[in-house]
Design a protein around this ligand. Sequence first.
Ligand code: ADP
Ligand code: MG
Ligand code: MG
Length: 301
Amino acid sequence: ETGRVLSIQSHTVQGYVGNKSAVFPLQLLGYDVDPINSVQFSNHTGKLLLSLHSNRYPTFRGQVLNGQQLWDLIEGLEANDLLYYTHLLTGYIGSVSFLNTVLEVVNKLRSINPRLVYVCDPVMGDEGKLYVPPELVSVYREKVVAVASMLTPNQFEAEQLTGFRITSERDGLEACKILHSAGPSKVVITSIHLDGSILLIGSHQKAKSQPPEQFKIVIPKIPAYFTGTGDLVTALLLGWSNKYPDNLDRAAELAVSSLQALLQRTVNDYKRAGFDPQSSSLEIRLIQSQEDIRNPQVSFR
Ligand code: ADP
Ligand code: MG
Ligand code: MG
């Protein structure tokens, strides 16, 4: 029921994205998590947000791990017989060489545990814009998707991976089928933006040759912009889908319910402090929401 997760994601000294957003909730759900920080930055870069709110976090400092340095850490673990993991989790990856090394890590971990579950969040962009080098898209599409067990793209990323435009619920369900045929048995499109709501679509293909079981969750859009929510939702989906391996819909309800409670708390805290929640990106109240993560009240189905 629990597991050992190797989580390869970014790290920010201040703020919650990447591993800072994923490790704590997984630990709260009972997992041993070993983080490898693919970058260490002073603060989050805001990605596309920088262009929207250029007064926010105008700069950042830090270091980027390259593929060779990632492999060095893997070799260090292997030399000490410490490479047994039940799950590999990856998020934002900034270069082709690092992503190719991640593929080697998948092979290595599967040679030690053939049942390793690889949860891949193919972070590439949002709202019609790429925030990774364009060469990365084809590596995800041609190599990474094939080895992933669960994939959690947003709408834009699902379009990049399938070459298929998604403008409706039906398109989302179809995109999931295309992705299943390329590899992963579980696919969650974490957000499709339709008018005032966000649609999350999940799809579980339990056996090849069988149609997938599919579901949707409608989430009212909160008028604010948060950072780190994508990283958090993927971590929660990993955590809950491992506890309910045959009920991706149940896992998604739990993940979305705790996430929405956290986002509501975040907005309320900002309002109480006199900030306009729409004036900049909001830092999620992760630590303050630990009870909602451990014991979500299911309010989204
Ligand atoms: P990313 O694009 O970073 O991968 P998403 O935009 O898909 O992540 O957001 C992940 C989840 O966070 C969504 O499934 C949704 O539950 C929640 N979320 C993010 N922004 C909002 C918002 N403004 N209102 C309500 N829920 C949100
Ligand atoms: Mg998004
Ligand atoms: Mg995402």
